[in-house]
Ligand binder design. Sequence first.
Ligand SMILES: NC(=O)c1ccc[n+]([C@@H]2O[C@H](COP(=O)([O-])OP(=O)(O)OC[C@H]3O[C@@H](n4cnc5c(N)ncnc54)[C@H](OP(=O)(O)O)[C@@H]3O)[C@@H](O)[C@H]2O)c1
Length: 684
Amino acid sequence: MQEGSCVQEPLGLYNLAYTLQMGREAMEERLALQVGSPVELEEKLGRYLHNPQEETGDWYRGQVKRYKDLVVSLSADEELQEAIVKWLQRGKYERLLEWWVKGLEIPWQYLYTVGAGLAPALPQRLSLPTYPFGKERYWVDLIAVGQPGKSQSLSSRNTTSQEEVCQTNASATARTMFLTPIWQKDAIVGPHIAQETALPVTLILLCDLPDIAASSIQAQMATGGHCRSLSSAQSRRELRFQDAVVQLIQELQHLLQAKSVEPMLVQVVVADREEPSRLSALAGVLKTAQQEYPQLAGQLIEVEGEADEETLLAKLRENQYRSQQLHIRYRDGQRWVKLWQEHPAPIQTRPKESSFPWKEGGCYLIIGGAGGLARLFVQEIAQQVQEATIFLIGRSELDASQRAALMPTGSGGISIDYQQVDVSDGSAVHALMQRVQQKSGHLDGIIHAAGVLRDSLLRNKTAEEVLAVLSPKVIAVEVLDEQSREMALDFFVLCSSFVAVGGNVGQADYAGANAYLDAFAHTRRAQVLAGKRQGETVSINWPLWEEGGMHIESAKREMMRERLGLDEMGTEIGMMTLYQALALRQAQVVVLYGQVERIRQQWLQGHVSPVSANLVGEGRQGQSLGPLQYGGTSEADERIVGAGSEPRTIPTAPAFGPIDTSLSQLAPMGASPTPTFSTDKLCE
Ligand SMILES: NC(=O)c1ccc[n+]([C@@H]2O[C@H](COP(=O)([O-])OP(=O)(O)OC[C@H]3O[C@@H](n4cnc5c(N)ncnc54)[C@H](OP(=O)(O)O)[C@@H]3O)[C@@H](O)[C@H]2O)c1
């Protein structure tokens, strides 16, 4: 289990325990552990494996055979049975585990009696690794389905062939799913509040709120709670954001050192002034934190302007009653919650030539090295147009053969100019843009697909590693924007990741970096609408690509497919998705790919609301957010929406048929533990 994905990924400790207690037949050899988080579980399992005989090991170990007679006689003892129920009710787990490893039957279901106050909600069973079977394999002959010409008997082939068939079958029904963010008005009022339980706040972090004294807030918190201000002397917002991520991670590390198993609520408050703050991207870090530590709930609360202490305290308190809501925004005297809206599955066909973002004679800047997605985008442009100039950017030096490999065959009119530039270096990007102007005289589009990973659990992250992950996205996107602000771009595409909204164990920094791209895209899109920038701007939260720079082991791939319904996206589908995401005309498009029904079950649970006056799209710079009545808008639609604070109904002009009016909330970890879906492991 330790080597597999179960411990490494946020399956939800409750689900894991529930499955082992209720869904598995207990064996003769037994081991029991009492833990409060997946991290603690991993650590204890590690110690146990290292030295199973350790006398002082804080686990329970037993063989049913040895205690058989004793257990049989005790099982009939009514008093003991009553005692067991009391131990369950009073949380005396040590006693229970002590007896369970000896073979006594424990009615674990009492732990999961909803409504009896013993458990927050009924957990779900997980698909856990199966028991090992015989090593020799005997395959039944299978014929690959749906791939004429590829059919082949597998009896003579190895396990890889078996996987290929599974993939073929799976991808036959895999579909793409698009989600866009939406804000729902959600006031916490009324007499029912008194009956609800508020989660005690353990930590409040104030970002960019210089007029509020953290000490004064702390004095009004329950005992043991802390409030701190995250500060930065940096003048540039991207550097301030980086400082905030580092400090947030350090604060969480400090908090988690206590190894408390009690529920914790961490509230991060950011101030929106003239536009939604980029600091809202800290929500990505919180989302991952709660996956790594299920006892932790995180909230990102955006307040308007300079909040006074009393008002702020009232807001913080009311959010304690909705600890499962991750991202909250106060605007125009209203409380808004971030949700996700599903768009109908687009038809997977290539768009008409006129809808391609590329054009004959176009000049494009693609950042992301010579491998992975950047290379695929280069090849796609070369396939769609006869003549184009492409500047491909990476930090690595390429030898002659690598440069030659970049040039697609039969692409005579395509010029590919690989430039060795660190895109987070402002002066280097300035020089690059001058070269682009000299060589081409114009730039028509930018795709930012650079990224770096330094995966490790939150508790192990260093500031240096975090900054290495942040800068190629956070600093780079601002540098690129600054250097291209006067240019008549057709598009500005940002390759973000699903991890930014879904979180992923080990990738708190990467989640924050990508969430920053998302936040940036919302602002830039608003600037385009205001005539201050040009070019269709979208941040795409990609799922895994088959041919991207990521290498994910086949076991993980199978786990993703089997348990979460998620598949890797092939290049052809990926390119169509790019076109469709651009055509949606939204600042941020989350893409999921696989068995759509499965994904809905896993990720998009309940909370269905019709499109109404309580729902709005993202706000725009210089406008009060309340705003844009959402219903799936084209750019033209957005332009006709006034800057007033009251939502207005506007016509819906969806790119791919009518927008599904159902609205689902991306399942919050705290409320219903959600397994992680990918490692988004980039090849470096
Ligand atoms: N591939 C996927 O399945 C997937 C899924 C979700 C999201 N994404 C996102 O899409 C992007 C591209 O993915 P990928 O699979 O192509 O990753 P990749 O193969 O690792 O490529 C990323 C490239 O970015 C370049 N880079 C990093 N820092 C840079 C900097 N400061 N300046 C210039 N170049 C820099 C690196 O090239 P050098 O080392 O030569 O600089 C690296 O090869 C990533 O940012 C990722 O977040 C990808």
